[in-house]
Design a protein around this ligand. Structure first.
Ligand SMILES: Cc1cc2nc3c(=O)[nH]c(=O)nc-3n(C[C@H](O)[C@H](O)[C@H](O)COP(=O)(O)OP(=O)(O)OC[C@H]3O[C@@H](n4cnc5c(N)ncnc54)[C@H](O)[C@@H]3O)c2cc1C
Length: 438
């Protein structure tokens, strides 16, 4: 990545939302512009390690895949080492991120990828500390109400309001929309007269219930334990070690099946509904706090690439696409998009506004589509799963199923499967050779 002074331009970037995507976008573009202002509606000073009001998914397990882990360390050098020193755990897939397929625990041999495990709140806090230490980045506590367009469909800023003030304008040469799954992106574009975005929708219909537990063990190299729900079963469990000597336990279920509502029901399920390994690990654990729940009925992929958009508008993260969270893709997709964004800002040959926007959107959509296709291929093993009518979907699902089966006996295939699921290689690296082989 080029960060030389020659590439810097007198430009101010406004990022809507200081969640994971917004923070990573700020880190990525900061070396190439004059100033970055993150606008966040939540008060970030209040109880920094408690899930935020506008990010309720923060109470649930959030595994950072290897692709996201790598980007973070490139954008914020030394981040992973610092995070581990602050309590995050680097867990090698298969040997320390153990998985059970309903019949047996996968052999604990490493395939390469490593997951960074901690609570989502802690991860966001650590990234935020690094990002606000950048001299040209600031966070402003305010709510964005709209985009402001100048002459010639170029964005000139956003409309904001703080608690105490009336509406005002915050000028910007570029607006990065990292407003997330609940953001107002479509309304803001509609208010400026742009057509509705075309969306691809799927219905994973997943319910989450999570609790934090005290990790009252003396094991200083704990594993995460994942019991995958595999069709036709729908109930799954992940017990992952996180910062502060704690576990996060998340029970998931699908297609209308309920998850535990009370701490008592949760602990009963944890001890009785899954592999006996969990009973053994959880015998002496004490719950901290109550059960949090979340329901993800549908997910969507917005086609920003072929939409007419105001110049200077750059969406990222959940503002572009939401995914079935069981595949743990969202934060890593945002990370890969942030890196792509930094690269297009760094490249002088793309500094023309339209070229930069088009280049970024094409890369951002390719990253989201890749993740979308992986998730869809896994989910198609359930007859209740409803997705878009992509003619390639069935072939991709069959190829992925064949790769999963081959991975149980072929270490090279296990490695390729894990690299693909971690978005280190494109999905086509897995599906195309298999399709060609017949
Ligand atoms: C239950 C669940 C589990 C998940 N598990 C995983 C996992 O294991 N691994 C993984 O990688 N991903 C996971 N995800 C996805 C992950 O949470 C997101 O993809 C990721 O955090 C990126 O989010 P974001 O920053 O785009 O949006 P968000 O996290 O939603 O952040 C958006 C931010 O924008 C702010 N904002 C919105 N509108 C405005 C406005 N008008 N003005 C000012 N500020 C505004 C919000 O307050 C918020 O802070 C999970 C999601 C869910 C729902």
């Amino acid at each position: 990545m080029t960060t030389s002074a020659e590439n810097r331009d007198q430009q101010n970037v406004v990022v809507i939302g200081a969640g994971i995507a917004g923070l990573m976008a700020a880190a990525a573009v900061a070396p190439h512009v004059d100033h970055v202002t993150l606008v966040e509606q939540d008060d970030l000073h209040h109880a920094p390690l408690v899930p935020r009001r506008r990010v309720p998914q923060g109470a649930h397990v959030h595994a950072l895949l290897d692709s996201g882990r790598g980007v973070l360390d490139r954008l914020l050098p030394g981040f992973i080492e610092d995070a581990v020193a602050a309590g995050s755990l680097s867990l090698a897939v298969r040997s320390r991120w153990r998985s059970f397929d309903g019949h047996r625990w996968a052999l604990p041999h490493d395939t390469g990828p490593v997951i960074l495990s901690q609570s989502r709140v802690h991860l966001e806090f650590l990234i935020r500390q690094r990002v606000i230490a950048l001299t040209n980045v600031q966070i402003k506590c305010a709510k964005v109400y709209g985009l402001v367009e100048g002459q010639g469909v170029r964005l000139t800023g956003v409309q904001i309001a703080t608690d105490s003030n009336a509406l005002s304008q915050l000028p910007a040469s570029w607006v990065i929309d990292a407003s997330g799954r609940a953001g107002q992106t479509t309304k803001w574009l509609h208010d400026l007269g742009y057509d509705s975005l075309s969306e691809t929708v799927a219905s994973p219909d997943v319910r989450y219930a999570s609790m934090i537990l005290d990790r009252a063990d003396t094991d200083n190299a704990p594993c995460a334990w994942l019991q995958l729900a595999q069709a036709p079963t729908t109930r799954g469990l992940v017990l992952a070690p996180i910062e502060g000597g704690r576990w996060i336990a998340t029970i998931t279920d699908r297609f209308g099946a309920a998850v535990p509502k009370t701490a008592e029901a949760f602990l009963q399920a944890l001890m009785g509904d899954f592999d006996p390994k969990y009973r053994q690990i959880c015998e002496d654990i004490a719950p901290i706090g109550d059960v949090s729940r979340f329901h993800i009925g549908t997910v969507r992929l917005r086609d920003f690439e072929s939409a007419r958009l105001p110049s200077g508008f750059l969406p990222i993260g959940d503002a572009v696409a939401t995914f079935n969270p069981l595949h743990a893709q969202g934060m890593s997709v945002a990370a890969l998009q942030a890196e792509a964004l930094g690269d297009v800002f760094a490249d002088n040959s793309r500094r023309d506004g339209q070229i930069l926007q088009d280049t970024y959107l094409s890369q951002a959509l390719a990253i989201s589509r890749n993740a979308w296709q992986i998730g869809r291929a896994v989910d198609m093993s359930y007859p209740n799963f409803q997705a878009d009518a992509d003619p390639d979907a069935r072939r991709q699902a069959l190829a992925l199923g064949a790769a999963f089966a081959a991975a149980t006996v072929r270490p090279d295939m296990a490695r390729q499967v894990d690299r693909t699921l971690h978005m280190l290689d494109p999905f086509s690296a897995l599906t195309e050779p298999l399709a060609t082989a017949g």
